[in-house]
Design a protein around this ligand. Structure first.
Ligand code: AP5
Length: 220
């Protein structure tokens, strides 16, 4: 399966994508996580991405597409892939079509997660993550056993630098102007687009997602 998880910041793409990949043994290709790792490692790419991310803007398409192409080429052609946070612009979506073709793959479906802005803002304000283990928590909805400490790695949890309220507002605007048009793009291409109500507890969202994926798999 090759799937895209589409939806605004904070809707739960990372949470549900991690669950889906663990359940199915697929690979999650999350461009935000790759960029944050590059920043942490202070690579050239990380340095270039930093100012865009901190402003809540998108990192230029050529950087992102190059990064995704390199990852996909290094993966076995039959590996299940779940794209999280990519594509985010029309040029990225067109580039993905080309990269999938080049690497002998095809897109099976887009899962579109939706929730109102006030829910997204509350979730993002409570998000904390463990930079090394990658585990994501939420102080309101999914707290760690000990405040501020990752249950798995024992490392200190941090608040993402782009989760400040003014940056979140910008990210929501950018989603509406640059990323939401992908819904029409995929509908026009007759790609299967499954809408999932993300404004429910994590287990309910996960069950809907799994049911949708199982329907897609049963169709072969
Ligand atoms: P990225 O890291 O992709 O961020 P995003 O798309 O803005 O999404 P988030 O990570 O904020 O949210 P999510 O939907 O994954 O929610 P999560 O599961 O964490 O991108 C960051 C930046 O990198 C961009 O702004 C841009 O600068 C750059 N970038 C990345 N990709 C790019 C691209 N392709 N092109 C250009 N630039 C790019 O959940 C949020 C919180 O809510 C968590 O705390 C979680 O525990 C909690 N939660 C989840 N589900 C529920 C639920 N059902 N109920 C209650 N709480 C929940």
């Amino acid at each position: 399966m090759v799937l895209i998880l589409l939806g605004p910041p904070g809707v739960g793409k990372g949470t549900q994508g991690a669950f889906l990949c663990e359940e199915k043994g697929w690979t999650r290709l999350a461009t935000g996580d790759l960029l944050r790792a590059a920043r942490r490692d202070e690579t050239e790419l990380g340095k270039k991405a930093q100012e865009f991310m901190d402003a809540g803007d998108l990192v230029p398409d050529e950087i992102i597409v190059g990064m995704v192409r390199e990852r996909l080429r290094s993966m076995p052609a039959d590996a299940g892939v779940v794209f999280d946070g990519f594509p985010r612009t029309l040029p990225q979506a067109r580039a993905l079509d080309g990269v999938l073709e080049e690497t002998g793959r095809s897109l099976d479906a887009v899962l579109l997660f939706e929730a109102p802005d006030e829910v997204l803002v509350k979730r993002i304000s409570g998000r904390r993550h463990a930079p090394k283990s990658g585990r994501v928590y939420n102080v309101h909805f999914d707290p760690p056993a000990q405040e501020g400490v990752c249950d798995e790695s024992g490392e200190a949890l941090v608040h993402r630098s782009d989760d400040r309220p003014e940056t979140v507002r910008r990210r929501l605007e950018v989603y509406r102007s640059s990323t939401a048009p992908l819904i029409d793009y995929y509908e026009a291409a007759s790609t299967e687009l499954v809408r999932i109500d993300g404004d429910r507890d994590m287990a309910a969202v996960r069950d809907s997602m799994l049911a949708a994926v199982e329907t897609l798999e049963s169709r072969g």
